[in-house]
Ligand binder design. Structure first.
Ligand code: BG6
Length: 482
């Protein structure tokens, strides 16, 4: 990446997100040579009183050098990276810390790039959203770059419902322009999610069949085989609909369902995503199943009488020419029987079934986001052998087999690089966020008023049976391997 001295400022540097995701992601970019080694500095900022060295020691354990450059051994690369990390301690709501931070950034800019050259400042808020407005205001007042761009990365939760999200958007919108704000949804950085547009619009075989005439139903599924361990306090306030469905799964839905963008520019892509979101009908209670796993309330950070769902299946209906009548079944749950995220596009039965293959199952395109990226198509083929009978098999693209030499980048790595490059394609635009909240807010309010049943399910199970029943009622025909 070219363009002058680059300062990456991570606010909330001593917290979990920074340690586990943000620093390792920038480290990976660094070790692969994507960052300007000689014009680069990382700044950690948080309230804890730490020295530079103490922060470096905390980060070290989270950095793994994969060794792309055989001339440098792992420890050398890690040490080099850490030597570029400095730490500033300060409050999030007073001016002093940000004045000091600005001085330190400016000092390094001059030391590395001279007094004149262009500079770039990226602020990554690995912070609770309650402090976004004040932190953004202080960045705006004291830390703006005078010699190049300033970009600010924020992560969900962006509010709790439409009203609070709009209030936050207004506050941030007064401080930064839309092209300075990068709203991360890390699902948009996943390899298979990024492949969706290519798959859909670069393959003649999919283009004409991707509609209500051929597709029976679409599922977008997120499962985790662990509970809210360590994050109960946050989770209990938000619940699975806000944590996963309203953002990650809805973003995936947009890419599965949108029309072809005019070009690949970020604005054209996001225009089409917004159109799809606007065509989603309001959610009816009969289209929702909610659950909570049996040991959820054992977590001392969770309210003892909590009714927060840890599992939800929500059927969304898109009222447009392409999708009328095709249910989009979004399912997410914690503490289930496996960890998996996938998209399942199930096609309709073939008319005139001379092979009686209906019992073998339908065509289904499965795109597995994780674990181990894959895409496979369930097809009916002749059972090999002397008999003329049909059986179901797969056309299989497993990434670990097909792309053995390629390390698939972490979502955060890719999205931070996009931020440095100024590419907002994989970030959520303000109007997208607003419509996403419009879709889910009435349902969330009804859930909070206790108007929907909450079904108890066992830790490590498939979740409430009622969710499978709903999925089948929506026309999903179960095949082997589901
Ligand atoms: C986060 C949620 O956004 O995504 C977590 O807050 C969840 O609850 C995580 O565990 C899942 O991300 P991934 O990339 O592991 O599927």
């Amino acid at each position: 990446v070219q363009g002058g001295c680059l300062s990456i400022v991570i606010l909330g540097a001593s917290g979990d997100l920074a340690k586990k995701k943000t620093f390792p992601a920038v480290f990976n970019l660094f070790r692969q040579g994507f960052l300007p080694e000689h014009q680069l500095q990382f700044f950690g900022y948080a309230r804890s009183r730490l020295s530079d060295q103490e922060l470096r020691d905390r980060l070290r354990g989270y950095l793994k050098a994969g060794g792309t450059d055989p001339s440098k051994d792992a420890a050398t690369v890690i040490n080099h990276f850490l030597s570029l990390v400095t730490y500033t301690s300060g409050a999030y709501d007073t001016e002093e810390g940000f004045i000091k931070l600005n001085e330190i950034i400016s000092f390094h800019e001059v030391a590395k790039g001279g007094k004149e050259g262009p500079t770039r400042r990226l602020f990554y808020l690995a912070l609770p959203p309650s402090v976004y407005p004040v932190v953004c205001k202080l960045i705006r007042q004291h830390c703006m770059n005078q010699r190049g761009w300033t970009r600010v990365v924020v992560e969900k939760p962006f509010g709790k419902d439409l009203a609070s999200a709009e209030a936050l958007s207004n506050q941030l919108g007064e401080l930064f322009t839309e092209d300075q704000l990068y709203r991360i949804d890390h699902y948009l950085g996943k390899e298979i999610v990024q492949n969706l547009l290519v798959m859909r619009f670069a393959n003649r075989i999919f283009v004409p069949i991707w509609n209500r005439d051929n597709i029976a139903n679409i599922q977008i599924v997120f499962k985790e085989d662990f509970g809210t361990e360590g994050r109960g306090g946050y989770f209990d306030e938000y619940g699975i609909v806000r944590d996963i469905i309203q953002n990650h799964l809805l973003q995936v839905l947009c890419l599965v369902a949108m029309e072809k963008p005019v070009t690949l520019t970020p604005e054209h892509i996001r225009d089409e995503k917004v159109k799809v979101l606007k065509a989603i009908e309001s959610i009816k209670d009969k289209d929702v199943v909610l659950g909570q796993y049996d040991t959820y309330k054992d977590d001392p950070t969770v309210a003892p009488n909590s009714t927060t769902p840890t599992f939800a299946t929500v059927v969304l209906r898109i009222n447009n020419e392409r999708w009328d009548g095709v249910p989009f079944i979004l399912k997410a749950g914690k503490a289930l029987d496996s960890r998996k995220a996938e998209i399942r596009v199930q096609f309709k039965d073939t008319p005139g079934d001379i092979f009686k293959c209906k019992k073998q199952g339908r065509n289904e395109l499965v795109m597995r986001l994780q674990p181990s990226e894959a895409m496979y198509m369930k097809v009916t083929v002749k059972q090999p052998g002397l008999e003329m009978s049909a059986t179901q098999s797969e056309l299989d693209l497993s990434y670990h087999q097909r792309y053995q030499d390629i390390v698939i980048p972490e979502a955060y790595e890719r999205l931070i690089l996009d931020t440095i490059r100024g590419d907002q394609q994989h970030f959520v635009r303000r109007d997208e966020l607003k419509v996403a909240w419009q879709i889910f807010t009435p349902l969330l309010h009804r859930i909070e008023e206790g108007k929907l049943p909450l079904i108890n399910y066992k830790y490590g199970s498939r979740g409430p049976l009622e969710a499978d029943e709903l999925t089948e009622r929506e026309g999903y025909v179960r095949t082997s391997g589901y």
